[in-house]
Write a protein that binds this ligand. Structure first.
Ligand code: C2E
Ligand code: MG
Ligand code: MG
Ligand code: MG
Length: 280
């Protein structure tokens, strides 16, 4: 009887419980464990100058290797980390690890380029600049080799306090970029007020640049806007030679994407550069 009832209760519970909520809770507790057990790693994707083909930067991208679920993509867990506030701790780990590995890479004699780190808006809490300052001093990285990739959502939300904070970071020597540019808020006035160095054209515009007139028009407009504000413009998600040719044609400065390289571990990147330098 009791067993019967227990089973019924259980069934009632699973049927009624919102599956999405359960999944979120499971991922959230998984994230806490991952932080404790060092289950996160970073991969780095190279960024190139389109005209000279020189390496100009590396973007750090987080990877979560779960013991049972395997590799969980950032699109599955970053939003949950943001909602739960865990992104603050995870994000601090990312900045620290990205700087540590960039310093390590430089110590091996590779060319010095900035590492770009994605910053979620809840990370931009009070005294975020103190976190950055501490990480720079702990890892011994020079500030000009750290770039923070901000979303339009971050720069739009806080007005003057955000503005002050960004200027503080800029004064420290850190670089600032706007990620996924063109997908967020339409107000462009922040570009004037905030000390931004670089715009990243979202990959959704790059994808169909060959046969979608509108995407090409938007890409052209972003490049022209960026250049008139003296910003560098980088295209993300470049997958083909043809897309690269279009971007070169319309004057885009830099590019990043599978055409050049997928995100790789710092070790694999080193091997890759070594192979290439031997070949040339
Ligand atoms: P994002 O910052 O715009 O990063 C670019 C994404 O495009 C990455 O996906 C990258 O692997 C992927 N990508 C690179 N080249 C190509 C290409 O040629 N074609 C296509 N289709 N995709 C390409 P990933 O690593 O899955 O990351 C997705 C998003 O998750 C990132 O978008 C970023 O918003 C977020 N993210 C990743 N790592 C972190 C992190 O450490 N902190 C925070 N806050 N967010 C992160
Ligand atoms: Mg990014
Ligand atoms: Mg992006
Ligand atoms: Mg994107």
């Amino acid at each position: 009887q009791a067993k019967e009832k227990g089973r019924n209760t259980y069934q009632f519970f699973t049927e009624d419980m919102n599956f999405a909520v359960l999944e979120r809770l499971t991922i959230e507790s998984g994230l806490r464990q991952a932080l404790d057990h060092g289950a996160f790693v970073l991969e780095f994707q190279p960024q190139y100058d389109i005209a000279t083909h020189r390496l100009v930067g590396l973007e750090a991208l987080i990877r979560w290797q779960h013991p049972e679920w395997g590799r969980v993509p950032p699109s599955r867990f970053i939003p949950i980390a943001e909602d739960s506030g865990l992104i603050v701790l995870i994000g601090e780990w990312v900045i620290h690890e990205a700087c540590r590995q960039n310093v390590y890479r430089q110590s091996l004699g590779f060319e010095k380029v900035p590492v770009a780190v994605n910053i979620a808006s809840p990370q931009f809490i009070q005294r975020f600049e103190d976190v950055v300052e501490r990480v720079l001093s702990e890892t011994g990285m020079e500030p000009q080799y750290l770039e923070l990739e901000l979303t339009e959502g971050i720069v739009m939300q806080g007005e003057s306090s955000i503005q002050k904070r960004l200027h503080k970071l800029k004064d420290m020597g850190v670089k600032l970029a706007i990620d996924d540019f063109g997908t967020g808020y339409s107000s462009l006035s922040y570009l004037k007020r905030f000390p931004i160095d670089r715009l990243k054209i979202d990959q959704s515009f790059v994808r169909d640049i060959i046969d979608d007139q509108d995407d090409l028009a938007i890409t052209r407009a972003v490049i022209s806007l960026g250049h008139s504000l003296r910003l560098l413009v980088i295209a993300e998600g470049v997958e083909t030679e043809q897309q690269l040719a279009f971007l070169r044609e319309v004057g885009c400065d830099q590019a990043q994407g599978f055409y050049f390289s997928p995100p790789l571990s710092i070790k694999a990147l080193g091997d890759w550069f070594f192979q290439n330098s031997k070949a040339s």
